[in-house]
Ligand binder design. Sequence first.
Ligand code: GN1
Ligand code: MG
Length: 369
Amino acid sequence: MNPAGIAVQFSVAGRPVSVSPTGSGNVNDTYLAIFRTTFSEERFILQRINRKVFPDPSLIMANLRVVTSHVHKRLEAEAEDSDRIWQLPRIIPTKTGKDFILDEEGDCWRAISLIASATAYESIQSLEHAREAGQVLGQFQRLICDIEPSLLHDTLEGFHVTPHYLEELDAALITESGQELARSTTGARACQKFIEERRDWCAILEAARESGVLQLRPTHGDPKISNIMIDEDTGKGTCIIDLDTVKPGLIHYDFGDCLRSACNPAGEDEKDLEEVYFDTDLCQAIVKGYMKYASEFLTDADRHYLFDSIRLITFELGLRFFADYLAGDVYFKTRYEGHNLHRARVQFKLCESIETREPVIRRILDSCG
Ligand code: GN1
Ligand code: MG
């Protein structure tokens, strides 16, 4: 079904002017829809959920309901005492009052409000941007930390459970095509070696969870820099978007992922691996911003694993990209042949840089925490 035909089925005033692709998501298809009446205009976000990734999109929508209702209520209650107007998108219902539409191909479409006059940057712009990104994540985690985790569905089993991605890698490596891809380039061979050297370490967070040292809490799941919106007028962080992966998890995944993404000024798609490194000044700015809100709910055990979370989530994303490359690019959308392999190499370069800078990063965590 074409996106314009879907857009008109949502409860929005006016008629469509345009429905065009927007954003840079690796999984779902996202469109900006513009509708006008004779006297006004409304812009909103329309998305087709990737069925291969999310087998039951109705669970995502149920989680989105729980989280947005909870956060909107808290934000309104705190609005008078806040230093800014915090926002979170809302679900736009269909004309028949549902949260999503299933088209004739069985694809799930949903509409959410657009956060206007704010920008989500693909890569970090400045130290101030970094501090704001940290605040946005800390504030979001604070706002959702009192949601009972059992109210949230596990929409994506195994998501961010690093050993699970090792299993996917091993499954790809026993296929003929996977083996062929793994040995055919020096880049792929380097990735495999990188992973093997860290295989035993990578269950570190899961082991802490299994032994009860770390607990499951509501998490965002994907707080990369391009999901953090900065107000164009004030320069302040205002909102975190892309709530599809909100589910019970370890808050460490979020913390690590925000730093992984924001402290690599070159971005996830940098062509020149020499440009990829972990910037510790940016790290300090993010951690300071994050702690402004997070220090109220972090336990000593949580703090103990913060460094590992940065290293692990970076390693994990590299592993996910590499496993997908070997499996024939079935999960992440790619724009050129070998894209997932290159993405993996970028993350492994970043992971190496994090390992080299471990003492500095630990000092930052100790002094800001
Ligand atoms: C995917 O689709 P997007 O760009 O929001 C992925 C994240 C990765 C990210 C890397 C559901 O997010 O886990 O960190 O790519 N989302 C899913 O850019 O797998
Ligand atoms: Mg996402």
